[in-house]
Design a protein around this ligand. Structure first.
Ligand SMILES: C[S@@+](CC[C@H](N)C(=O)[O-])C[C@H]1O[C@@H](n2cnc3c(N)ncnc32)[C@H](O)[C@@H]1O
Length: 235
């Protein structure tokens, strides 16, 4: 099959790159991932809160980077209304197939297969990225480039998972580590250190980058402290 986007062409030349491995992984497990993405305890609340944190108005354009199977897209579409536009960007074809089914009844939601670190988009009002920062080599640079894309007054919201620091729930960290190890794309399992340490490091880096570029408007933890939400307005 011929490559259908620049994202695919750029990874074809390096067949075992982490990007290629991640695309195969998310394509193979798209249906199972979709069940988790919608039904995991507390995840609906987090998605709704993240969409609220973007402070969207009817008519706005909002982009979700690494939209996966589209679990956030209906929340965003409801907030921008029929005069607004929602764009979901992801580089894995399998998850985009599931997302396409999900947004069939939303004519103002568009799906683009592209690299979220270099999205082929201009001037959105807001950007959302949930459970994605841990997949970028340099999350701080990516978040900063998103701040440039929305420009001053634009909004960013990140949601990411990390070990909990809540003393009541720390006992669950070994379970979290095991889940991350099982569910991480194969390439990330062999990188230096544990996948959880890498996830933590990248979350901190992404969220600090948001804080350095934005006036922070929302900061919260959910799901026993494992899910961290940060949102802000670019200065
Ligand atoms: C853990 S899933 C999260 C999906 C969705 N945001 C959610 O909340 O359910 C990570 C997604 O990011 C996508 N992804 C990772 N790196 C990407 C990149 N550089 N460009 C586009 N998509 C990417 C993967 O294909 C996958 O669908």
């Amino acid at each position: 099959m011929a490559p259908d986007t620049a994202a695919e062409q750029s990874t074809d030349s390096n067949a075992r790159s982490p990007a290629t491995i991640a695309q195969s992984f998310y394509t193979r497990w798209a249906r199972l991932y979709d069940t988790l993405a919608r039904r995991a305890p507390g995840v609906g609340t987090v998605r709704s809160e993240a969409a609220d944190a973007l402070d969207l108005s009817p008519g706005d354009t909002v982009v979700e980077m690494g939209c996966g199977t589209g679990a956030n897209l209906p929340y965003l579409a409801e907030r921008v209304g029929t005069d607004g536009t929602v764009v979901g960007v992801d580089f894995s074809p399998g998850v985009l197939d599931v997302a396409r089914e999900r947004v069939r009844d939303y004519p103002n939601v568009h799906l683009v297969r592209a690299d979220a670190t270099q999205p082929p988009l201009a001037d959105p009002d807001a950007i959302l990225a949930t459970f994605v920062s841990g997949m970028f080599d340099d999350p701080a640079a990516v978040v900063s480039s998103w701040a440039d894309l929305v420009g001053p007054g634009g909004r960013l919201c990140l949601v990411d998972l990390a070990e909990t620091t809540d003393s009541t729930w720390r006992v669950l960290n070994p379970v979290f580590r095991a889940l991350v190890r099982i569910t991480a794309p194969p390439g990330t399992r062999t990188m230096r250190g544990s996948p959880t340490a890498m996830l933590d490091e990248r979350l901190v880096s992404a969220h600090r980058s948001l804080e350095s570029r934005c006036r922070v408007t929302h900061r919260a933890t959910h799901v026993f402290g494992f899910a961290r939400v940060r949102a802000g307005v670019v200065e």
